[in-house]
Design a protein around this ligand. Structure first.
Ligand SMILES: NC(=O)C1=CN([C@@H]2O[C@H](COP(=O)(O)OP(=O)(O)OC[C@H]3O[C@@H](n4cnc5c(N)ncnc54)[C@H](O)[C@@H]3O)[C@@H](O)[C@H]2O)C=CC1
Ligand SMILES: O=C([O-])CC(=O)C(=O)O
Length: 359
């Protein structure tokens, strides 16, 4: 009995230390037992602190699970406006190093963000068949703005990975929010276009009967329709295609998201492949933060590669976030024509995002 009481006191102290405002959970009474035991079971291992905003969603849940498995993560904060107690309790039982804490609702956003090194944002509504990514703007623009206001206040130096669509506009929205707050660092805000690269590698490997893990396809521009521009002429190792294969691959990569939206027939868009891509990208950001050399990925960032203020291209990730942005390299005629189409659409999406915050 005596022993039990002492153990309980010790557990509460550790829980309070790890999450001093844990009483914010709406269902904390039922939840606290699970949470506190979890905290006692694990100590924080050395590594990075990562928050996922939208952690209870279709992308958020598998993303949270995969980040819990990442040895570079010591603390994982799961934030959403619904269901985080359940998701947190569930994921916290995984016997990996990261300590998991859940945060529910706007009043806990600041606690979720304080001290974070990397913030990943998959919050917002997904597409249904017949919609474009831009059709999500009206709802998702406001969500991303609010979340970025929190980041600008609580962890202005964190690297931010933006998944919420339309990425072509939500990244400019984030930049404007940070500018308003006086904490804008263009090296830290990255639109996640990794799924386009993942798809490109998969589809190219299918066409050439190769292992997708051996293929590295740069995909530049943005993340919607014609703004997704795969540079098949620059694949490593070099590959050659017929014109018919080039057109098939470009079209399939540009419409990969729609392919999934239609197959899911109203129940959402890509979640599992997106979580995989998001973790691949987040892991690259963390390895960059750790100081690993030569971490190069495609991302949609503030850029001078074209005349547009934002553009996706290969970037080198490091301790400061985006440390170098690579030029597009030599394009063939087909890619040059694609670039012109991409830039035209991107210009409008960027302007729409900027005006949303400035208005
Ligand atoms: N960048 C990319 O390559 C991709 C982007 N996406 C986008 O990711 C977003 C999320 O997709 P899913 O996870 O499938 O949607 P979902 O609807 O399954 O999950 C979204 C989650 O966001 C949460 N949420 C809503 N408002 C919030 C707020 N203010 N703060 C925190 N959380 C909030 C919801 O409660 C929900 O749990 C969509 O906008 C989708 O278009 C999806 C696939 C690929
Ligand atoms: O297509 C969508 O709406 C989701 C997305 O961005 C993708 O799967 O690439």
């Amino acid at each position: 009995m005596e022993h039990d009481t002492q153990a309980r006191v010790r557990i509460s102290r550790i829980a309070a230390h790890l999450n001093p405002r844990s009483d914010g959970f709406q269902n904390m009474e039922e939840y606290s037992g699970v949470y506190q035991l979890n905290c006692l079971a694990k100590g924080a291992s050395p590594g990075f602190k990562v928050a996922i905003l939208g952690a209870a969603g279709g992308i958020g849940q598998p993303l949270a699970m995969l980040m819990k498995m990442n040895p570079l993560v010591s603390v994982l904060h799961l934030y959403d406006v619904v269901n985080t107690p359940g998701v947190t309790a569930d994921i916290s039982h995984m016997d990996t190093g990261a300590v998991v804490r859940g945060f529910l609702g706007q009043q806990q956003l600041e606690d979720a963000l304080t001290g974070m090194d990397l913030v990943i944002i998959p919050a917002g509504v997904p597409r249904k068949p017949g919609m474009t990514r831009d059709d999500l703007f009206n709802i998702n623009a406001g969500i991303v703005r609010t979340l970025c206001e929190g980041i600008a206040k609580c962890c202005p130096n964190a690297i931010v990975n933006i998944i919420s669509n339309p990425v072509n506009s939500t990244v400019p929205i984030a930049a404007e929010v940070f500018k308003k707050a006086g904490t804008y660092n263009p090296k830290c805000i990255l639109g996640v276009t990794m799924l386009d690269v993942v798809r490109a590698n998969t589809f190219v490997a299918e066409v050439l009967s190769l292992d997708p893990r051996e293929i590295d396809t740069p995909v530049v521009g943005g993340h919607a329709g014609v703004t997704i521009l795969p540079l098949l002429s620059q694949i490593k190792p070099p590959c050659s295609f017929t014109q018919q294969e080039i057109e098939y691959l470009t079209n399939r990569i540009q419409n990969g998201g729609t392919e999934v939206v239609e197959a899911k027939a109203g129940s959402g868009s890509a979640t599992l492949s997106m979580a995989y891509a998001a973790v691949k990208f987040a892991d690259a950001c963390l390895r960059g933060l750790r100081g690993d050399a030569n971490i190069i990925q495609c991302a949609y960032v503030a850029s001078e590669v074209t005349e547009l203020p934002f553009f996706a291209s290969k970037v080198r990730l490091g301790r400061a976030g985006v440390e170098e942005i690579y030029p597009l390299g030599p394009l063939n005629e087909y890619e040059r024509a694609g670039l012109e189409k991409a830039k035209k659409e991107l210009a409008g999406s960027i302007q729409k995002g900027v005006s949303f915050v400035r208005k």
